[in-house]
Ligand binder design. Sequence first.
Ligand code: URA
Length: 281
Amino acid sequence: MNLSRQDAFELLKWYVEMGVDEVIGDAPMDRYAQSAAAAKAPPKPPAAPRKAPLPPRNFAESRAAPVTAPSATGSADELAASAEERAARCTTLEELRQALESFDECGLKRTAKNLVFSDGNPEGRVMFIGEAPGRDEDLQGKSFVGRSGQLLDRMLAAIGLDRDSVYIANVIYWRPPGNRDPSPVEMAQCRPFIKRQIELADPQIIVPIGAVPARELIGTTSGILRLRGQWKSYKVNGRDVPVMPSLHPAYLLRQPAQKKLAWRDFLAIRRKLDELQQQDG
Ligand code: URA
């Protein structure tokens, strides 16, 4: 298709207005034509029963169950095993960051602009764990720097914390294109790294924000409104670390009335920090 400069500009403007903010291929793909062709095609025979188990859904299961979705560059099991090996070799957070920088096997790395490893202070007593970087985080290579991050900063300030006193990471290290949900294979590839990142940071309290990180840590399929506000625990270096799941700031931006729930969670985090401080003398 030959477009005039003006038409190309108008088309781009329209894409942006429609929310398209990422290019993920060189050639356009007409998905309407694909689905129309699929609809015309004769019905497929019923799929054979799945022989292999699904990828583990969380840290708790990740040692026991193999990952099995197929991939262009190796079986998903192999990809997850490779991630596990790389993460296990790292003895510092900097080594872990470098291992991720060179982890070309994760497809998300190809469409992202930057690795988003963390922000804040790795020595901080509280580690916040979100889901995946968004557009601003992708551009800056730091966790929670967009609108959600600004709200998170205000929530931290309300309990006397800031980015010098907390460490912030995500269960996914690269922005999924168009902010789509990460696939089970992508989750499985990032899982050994975030697990190792928690071990190396060794926080006193962990706060998964949103359903995805909460489920990863706690090993459940419950919704975040059910999980939030209750202390759970997560084993780090042989120690039970208190975990307080809370609501994602992006959700709070959409549902401001729910901020009262997050406020309760953050007060509980403040109390726990004070309690631990007293115990430490
Ligand atoms: N949302 C997340 O879960 N993580 C980020 O880093 C930014 C937005």
